[in-house]
Design a protein around this ligand. Structure first.
Ligand SMILES: C[S@@+](CC[C@H](N)C(=O)[O-])C[C@H]1O[C@@H](n2cnc3c(N)ncnc32)[C@H](O)[C@@H]1O
Length: 237
């Protein structure tokens, strides 16, 4: 519900814009959300990626959705009985996300902040991002992934889709340090890769049909004492 989803502290007031990490300045989507208050530019239906992943999280498990935008995937995870924290640098995006959660009668904790400055505690079962981590400058990524790893339960899963430099199409003036193929996997070289694949996603966000090359990883933090036979074989691209 709306009141519950925002918690006791109005998220809009938590952090002044000037204190957000500079990485957020490279993000055109805040402006796009503000220009389209009556329309969900990414739609209200969850991504196929989110649908595939919800089965990997135990009922009641905690999900951290990084760069959740207008909330389609956070709201979906919440509708599956998961405890979801959605983080985005855009207050206009989170306004829409909050409306979507209210519409679907689910509760999500929204945080308006850069994912580089996450004000969260405790461990998550799923740390998830769909199309957002490439907005973080390359120089900040080691720090980001290091922090994300500390926020993960043993046996927890990370799942990300990032844009790579194989097929580049810059939309809405966005400035991206595209991932190079294999870069994402290097942050998880000591985890179990359940899936690691390259591909392309079609897009027509700016009115012209194009595609973005991507890498997608689903990877798991081993439990202490686990041996390789406890897991399915690694699938590496
Ligand atoms: C392409 S949109 C994807 C939105 C959402 N994940 C989805 O699939 O519908 C990228 C999102 O990342 C957010 N973003 C970009 N840089 C960010 C940062 N440093 N911290 C938090 N969110 C960020 C943008 O505001 C935007 O909502």
């Amino acid at each position: 519900m709306k009141e519950q989803s925002r918690g006791a502290v109005p998220w809009r007031l938590w952090i002044p814009e000037r204190m957000l990490s500079l990485g957020t300045m490279r993000n055109p989507w805040a402006r796009e959300y503000a220009l389209t208050p009556g329309r969900y530019i990414w739609g209200k239906a969850p991504s196929g990626f989110a649908r595939e992943l919800s089965a990997l999280v135990p009922r009641g498990g905690r999900v951290l959705d990084l760069g959740c935008g207008e909330g389609r995937d956070s709201v979906y995870f919440a509708s599956r009985g998961l405890a979801v924290t959605g983080v985005d640098a855009s207050a206009a995006g989170l306004d829409k996300a909050d409306r979507l959660a209210a519409e679907q009668r689910v509760s999500v904790r929204w945080i308006c902040r850069s994912m580089l400055d996450l004000p969260v505690i405790g461990k998550f079962d799923l740390v998830y991002s769909c199309g957002s981590i490439h907005h973080v400058p390359k120089k900040d990524r080691c720090r980001l992934f290091r922090r994300l790893r500390t926020l993960t339960r043993p046996g927890g899963v990370h799942a990300h889709i990032v844009f790579t430099d194989v097929t580049v199409y810059a939309e809405k003036g966005e400035e991206i340090d595209y991932f190079v193929p294999g870069e994402l996997g290097k942050f998880y070289s000591d985890w179990l890769a359940l899936r690691y694949e390259e591909g392309a996603i079609p897009c027509s966000q700016d009115g012209s049909s194009h595609s973005h090359s991507i890498e997608r990883i689903v990877t798991k933090r081993a439990r202490p004492g686990a041996t390789s036979t406890d897991f399915p074989p690694r699938i590496l691209a």
